[in-house]
Design a protein around this ligand. Structure first.
Ligand code: ADP
Ligand code: MG
Ligand code: MG
Length: 889
């Protein structure tokens, strides 16, 4: 229970304040910053804040206010009257106030602000006489009845709007501003009737009555449906409640020498150090953002009100010097006098965040560490991919799940094969691949496309994962599109888009647009490079990349990758002649046949590795031996199978039979990973030989190479021991044949829970561990990554899981296996071989900032992620090293 000594109300105004900006928990964001501005000499209309503690006690006490609140509010109101030189409820010259909600975090669903509170039938006349402006007075009064009725008393705003429209029609005018004082007086009468009808009593004439009803309405809105739902969805917990701000009104709507505006102290899109905002002359409150009239750019205020503009520029500087952050402000000018009504940290794009952070360091406002902590790593995406031209105004016709950011525009193609064919015929055409979903067979076509759009699938679907890996824009789960491959068209609502027509997707927000929407290329500006330099100085975790091709490896190095953490070899078998030889290998009857096919594949592998080693120029390259089940390389449809039969000159029955043989109840748990070379050792031998011969070739050119051979899906040390022994034997042969040696490591992927638990044994054989947290997550949860879409939203919604565990590592469960595996493996390696066991991660999680922080804490040596996430991981690793990162979500 509270004591009578509790302080429930904090005053501000007249150059002083009882609150401070660091009291947001207690005063809410708005209240804390109003107080702060008042005390640093910025003109703020006087007022007071009723604390969030009152809101808390109100609900604790069964919706009763603590007793001490009332007298404290009375006292604070007297204080406002003294500063303003007007009395609340004075019929001749009334003090009017606004009542504004405000929790520690801004959130939708809270009560909207009520302006002009304190007016009644009598004082509206007083105000009209005092200001000699009856139009202004009646306009204020009718707005109050509307706002008070709709926000505090639950009357539908439409009822008021209806009266306004009717009156304008009767008076034959278009704009609200065309109504005369007499018209507005009439409108007040009608609004009051609406109010009585819906509330069941007249509009309160006692200003104190108005004030208390408004205050209570703010507290009640804290538990309103919208607010509760918002906090649930955004997982906002631990807030005490909302504060209530009561503040003397200032009027931007008294004529041509008044106005209201909103601004950012720097450009929130580019970060440029320019004043950025809008204003409207002769307007009140939300008019600027409500779109009633088109506002003017702030630079124009310089001409219209030079003195006020000068003051605003001073305040802009003062606020930034004080808060050391870009601010988002609201102001009002009343008869040439400027007042500030709000300031808060401004929201911004990724590019803007980077530029502001770096420039603020240069200006001496913040240090490098603070700059690093300020930028949300995920927001760097904005700097790394082509974006829709912000000037374009093309509307989206459908919206799906934003799976891989960036914008892409191209001609619609409905299958991967068609994409390949189209590309061969028109190599310069931009292709947008549109499919129900994608599968591993589609990768060649997917690779050629500028962007990928699927009708089904979630953020972890094949299309999404592959596209993200390449940094290719992708929208998935867009169920509004209907694909008709036969007719060669898609329909979106009533729009038909034919194959070859242009379609544009925005993978950053999931939008789909018909036609060619212009895009702009990313510019990796000097600021970005500078921030990355600071990140590299700060972090201890290394950042590698997942790359299967020399071009990806090169891109990743440009983005700062310090090696390859995962080079998957299977993608090398999908293109052109390679897939034919691969299929020959799979369809071979015996070892000799397989070896023959493999020897055809070997040169391709070697070439690819040479390209990658050269691109990485001495940096470590982890190459994973073939991982997927073999049936993924064979077509499952009849037409495809007969084509393969024809191509290889074998009966179609044989192809069919082989596909059936290879078919598995759960292909992800079947004959794949290390199980393949255990059963067909010649596959592994060929790959090891290709790797080492490529390494020798590159070494002979005078470049250094550091191959790390990674054996996937190991669950027992015996598997690894057998395969390692074979690999070493192959190495010996190769070295003998070429008369030279290269350094290399043999290690394993830890992706089976048993491997993590028996890491001590496995580390006796393995020279490095790489946690394959995609599979580790699948196997720990028993979820299949490709079909979690059907229940994951429900799981997250019902708080069974905080987030999709394929996006952010599940630290509680999967994380334990990672931790245990790392500790046991490191300890055993040290004891048995006196060596440091190199540990990294190569799942999608390696590019997720939160998971990167976890990897840092576990003590990993590196994280590995797709090329386009390398800068994100570098920044996240720096933040992890700095500790205590608290970022806005
Ligand atoms: P929101 O949180 O939705 O921005 P605000 O409380 O900031 O709500 O107010 C809504 C509008 O009313 C803003 O334009 C604000 O500047 C204006 N406003 C609030 N209080 C006053 C006041 N005392 N005098 C003049 N305008 C005000
Ligand atoms: Mg505001
Ligand atoms: Mg795996």
């Amino acid at each position: 229970m509270s004591t009578s000594k509790s302080k429930y109300v904090y005053s501000f105004g007249g150059g002083k304040a009882e609150g401070r900006s660091d009291m947001k928990e207690l005063l809410g964001g708005k209240g804390a910053n109003l107080a702060e501005m008042s005390s640093i000499g910025i003109p703020v209309p006087p007022g007071f804040t009723i604390t969030t503690e009152v809101c808390h006690e109100y609900y604790e006490g069964g919706k009763k206010l603590p007793e001490a609140v009332k007298p404290q509010v009375e006292e604070a109101l007297l204080h406002v009257e003294k500063i303003a030189g007007k009395k609340f409820g004075d019929p001749k010259d009334p003090l009017l106030v606004s009542v504004r909600s405000g929790a520690a975090l801004s959130m939708p669903g809270m009560m909207n602000t009520i302006l002009n509170l304190g007016l009644n039938d009598e004082s509206v006349e007083g105000l009209a006489a005092k200001t000699d402006n009856p139009r202004f007075a009646y306009d204020g009064y009718r707005r109050l009845i509307d706002m008070f009725g709709s926000t505090a008393m639950g009357v539908d705003h439409e009822h008021f709007e209806h009266e306004l429209t009717a009156l304008k029609k009767e008076k034959n005018v278009k704009l609200d501003t065309d109504l005369s004082a007499a018209d507005l007086k009439e409108l007040v009468k009608r609004y009051k009737a609406v109010y009585s009808k819906h509330v069941g009593e007249g509009f309160p004439q006692d200003p104190k009555d108005q004030l208390w009803k408004a205050i209570m309405a703010v507290f009640n809105s804290w538990m309103g449906n919208k607010a509760v739902q918002y906090r649930r969805i955004e997982r906002i917990t631990g807030l005490k409640g909302t504060a209530v701000n009561v503040q003397a009104m200032v009027f931007g709507n008294t004529g041509g020498d008044s106005g209201t505006g909103v601004a950012f102290t720097r450009d929130p899109n580019t970060g440029e150090d320019v004043f950025y905002g809008d204003y409207l002359i002769n307007a009140q409150g939300e008019d600027v953002v409500a779109g009633i009239r088109t506002p003017e750019p702030i630079s124009k205020l310089h001409e219209e009100m030079p003195k006020v503009y000068g003051q605003l520029m001073d305040i802009r500087k003062k606020l930034e010097t004080h808060y050391k952050e870009m601010q988002d402000i609201e102001f009002t000018v009343e008869k040439g006098t400027l007042y500030m009504l709000q300031t808060r940290t401004g929201k911004r794009t990724g590019s803007s965040a980077v530029r502001i952070a770096v420039e603020m360091v240069k200006e001496g406002l913040i240090d490098e560490k603070t700059a690093l902590k300020r930028v949300n790593p995920d927001s760097l995406n904005h700097l790394l991919l082509p974006q829709l031209d912000p000037k374009s105004k093309v509307k989206a016709v459908a919206t799906g799940i934003a799976a891989s950011p960036g914008a892409a525009c191209g001609k619609v193609i409905l299958s991967a094969d068609a994409a390949v064919a189209h590309h061969e015929a028109h190599p310069n055409d931009a292709i947008l691949l549109v499919r129900k979903e994608t599968s591993p067979e589609d990768v060649a076509g997917m690779h050629l496309a500028k962007g990928i759009l699927t009708a089904t699938g979630g953020k972890a679907s094949h299309a999404a994962v592959v596209a993200r890996g390449w940094g290719k824009p992708c929208v998935v789960g867009c169920d509004a599109i209907h694909i008709d491959e036969k007719k060669g068209q898609i329909t979106i609502g009533d729009q038909v888009v034919k194959v070859g027509d242009y379609l544009t997707i925005n993978g950053t927000n999931g939008d789909v647009m018909v036609g060619q929407v212009p895009t702009v290329d990313p510019s990796i500006s000097g600021h970005f490079a500078e921030l990355m330099g600071w990140a590299d100085k700060t972090r201890t975790l290394k950042v590698r990349t997942n790359a299967d091709a020399p071009a990806d490896a090169k891109k990743a190095r440009e983005f700062g990758a310090e090696g390859i953490g995962l080079c998957r070899t299977e993608h090398m078998f999908f293109e052109g002649q390679r897939i034919v030889d691969m299929r020959k290998m799979i369809l071979a009857d015996d070892t000799a046949g397989r070896e023959k096919a493999l020897s055809a594949l070997e040169p391709y592998q070697r070439e690819d590795f040479v390209g990658i080693f050269e691109a990485m120029d001495g940096l470590p390259v982890t190459i994973r031996l073939l991982d997927p089940p073999l049936h993924e390389f064979l077509p499952h449809d009849e037409a495809g199978q007969s084509e393969v039969a024809k191509q290889l000159g074998i009966p179609v029955e044989k192809v069919k039979r082989r596909v059936e043989q290879l078919h598995e109840a759960n292909p992800m748990l079947g004959l794949r990973g290390c199980r393949l070379p255990i059963k067909f050792p010649e596959i592994g031998d060929m790959q090891v030989r290709a790797i080492l011969e490529a390494a020798i070739e590159v070494k002979k050119k005078g470049k250094s190479v550091l191959p790390e051979i990674m054996i996937p899906l190991v669950g027992t040390v015996e598997e690894l021991a057998i395969l390692k022994k074979r690999a070493l034997a192959v190495a010996e042969q190769v070295f003998k044949k070429h008369g030279t040696k290269v350094e290399f490591l043999i290690g394993t992927m830890i992706e089976i829970p048993r491997a993590a638990l028996t890491a001590d044994q496995i580390a006796e054989e393995a020279e490095f561990f790489s946690f394959g947290t995609n599979d580790l997550t699948q196997l720990t949860f028993g979820f299949s990554r490709d079909d979690i879409g059907s229940f994951m939203p429900a799981y997250v919604d019902q708080k069974i899981l905080p987030v999709d565990p394929f996006q952010t590592l599940d630290q509680k469960g999967v994380g334990q296996l990672v931790e245990v595996g790392t500790q046991r493996g490191r300890k055993a390696r040290k004891e048995k071989h006196d060596q440091h066991l190199k540990v990294g991660i190569c799942g999608e999680h390696g590019g997720d900032p939160e998971s990167v922080v976890f990897c840092h804490k576990v003590g990993m040596d590196y994280v590995s992620c797709s090329p386009f996430r390398v800068p994100i991981a570098r920044l996240a690793a720096a933040q992890a090293a700095l500790g205590n990162v608290s970022r806005d979500k």
